[in-house]
Write a protein that binds this ligand. Structure first.
Ligand SMILES: *Cc1c(COP(=O)(O)O)cnc(C)c1O
Length: 415
């Protein structure tokens, strides 16, 4: 995209937009929740549908002129049903957090009890952190991963559910590298008569491709973001059985939102269509292989991985043993200097703080999109280790930055 038309009216914004495109081209995006959508998705998101009010749902809108908005939303819904096998799909949530809000509003009352994973153990703000609407509206208790194994302890969760008697158990995570046993969590919920919402924001694409077991048909509600491992542009999605369809739709609109972002719904339709192509399965499998290779490489360099490895698209390295003097924040900053963009992250049993955590989280979805395979991932792992082993050494940084640039040049992204 040239942004010529933006430039003609607004140089400043055009500079920022081209700057961002170049930044994405010339750096390695390893933030586990990020990806690069296709030019087709970008074009759909930039369409005239941004002008259209389409409050309501296909066939029952509160405005005229919705025939093409209906087409786009129906395509997005049908494709999502095919990808994830859900009975009912709502593609209107503006984001993953809004999708969670839609589910809470559909069956919970303010003051109801939610049991969710602690943020520092891999949970998400919208699962009821005290600064988030969910933490303010609901009575939230957190479960944790096992401090020894870094993995979910389903028996402990079931015991805690007996004690807390929550109205809803929330599963699905932001920094959990292992396969989740949705059935075990559903059993814990059923045993205490709680709803179960599985938030697959990070792993939507892995679930669609069969690279991670699906909670659809197991959990009462499944929510997700549409811009992470599924490359359908920024937004959210809710899936549930027919039983909860009306409650969810009403909770999203008019409960939580006004007009849907139809241009983003168009992006979802295009991105979901792309994910139905058999090539997407290969992509998702490569995402997981790449994370495994990255994890093994970091371990060879002495890094310690939370849970000892990964089954998914991300690795979480706890720096406290391998690099006791380096915080996750310092590692993040140093890596950004050389063009490797990831984030410092809290680790289970965090002894520092959320602002200055002890770990780093690295994901492979975006690098896999630009064609990275095992050999490139090994190189990336070597480069990450080199920077963290030589913190502050500008000579090393310059060498690594040159290698990063070469990797980027060999795997071009946007023209
Ligand atoms: C990313 C994420 C979300 C939603 O994020 P948005 O930025 O609102 O799309 C929700 N839950 C989990 C577990 C996430 O990782």
């Amino acid at each position: 995209m040239s942004y010529d038309r933006v430039r003609a009216v607004d140089e400043d914004v055009a500079d920022a937009l081209t700057g961002e495109r170049e930044r994405q081209n010339d750096t390695l995006a390893m933030i586990a929740s990020e990806n690069h959508v296709s030019e087709a998705v970008l074009e759909a998101q930039g369409s005239e549908l941004t002008n259209k009010y389409a409050e309501g749902y296909p066939g029952e809108r509160y405005y005229g002129g919705c025939e093409y908005a209906d087409d786009v939303e129906e395509l997005a819904i049908e494709r999502a049903k095919e990808l994830w096998g859900a009975e009912h799909v709502n593609v209107q949530p503006h984001s993953g957090s809004s999708a969670n809000m839609g589910v809470y509003f559909s069956v919970l009352e303010p003051g109801d009890k939610i049991l969710s994973l602690d943020l520092t153990h891999g949970g998400h703000l919208s699962h009821g952190h005290s600064v988030n609407f969910a933490g303010k509206l609901y009575d939230v208790t957190h479960y944790e991963v096992d401090p020894e194994t870094g993995r979910l302890d389903y028996e402990a969760l079931a015991r805690q559910a007996e004690e807390v008697e929550p109205d809803m158990i929330v599963s699905g995570f932001s920094a959990y590298p292992r396969t989740v046993d949705w059935e075990a969590i559903q059993e814990a919920a059923d045993a205490v008569g709680a709803y179960h919402m599985a938030d697959i924001a990070h792993i939507t694409g892995l679930v669609a491709a069969g690279e991670h077991p699906s909670p659809v048909g197991v959990a009462d509600f499944v929510t997700g973001s549409t811009h992470k491992t599924i490359r359908a542009g920024r937004g959210g999605i809710i899936m549930c059985d027919e039983e909860h369809a009306d409650a969810v739709d009403t909770a999203v609109f008019p409960g939580a939102q006004g007009g849907p972002l139809m241009h983003n719904v168009a992006g979802k339709a295009v991105g979901f269509g792309e994910a139905l192509d058999p090539e997407f399965k290969e992509y998702a499998a490569q995402v997981v292989t790449n994370a495994e290779v990255l994890g093994e490489t970091l371990e060879e360099h002495g890094f310690s991985l939370v849970s000892g490895g990964t089954d998914t698209h991300l690795v979480l390295a706890d720096l406290r043993e391998s690099h006791p003097d380096v915080t996750g924040g310092e590692a993040e900053e140093a890596l950004e200097e050389v063009g490797i963009v990831l984030n410092g992250n809290t680790v289970p049993g965090e002894t520092r703080s959320a602002f200055n955590p002890s770990g780093i989280r690295a994901g492979t979805p975006a690098l896999t999109t630009r064609g990275f395979e095992e050999a490139e991932m090994r190189e990336v792992g070597d480069l990450i280790a080199r920077v963290i082993d030589n913190l502050g050494d500008e000579e090393v940084y310059a060498e690594v930055a040159a290698d990063v640039q070469e990797l980027c040049d060999d795997h071009p992204l946007y023209e």
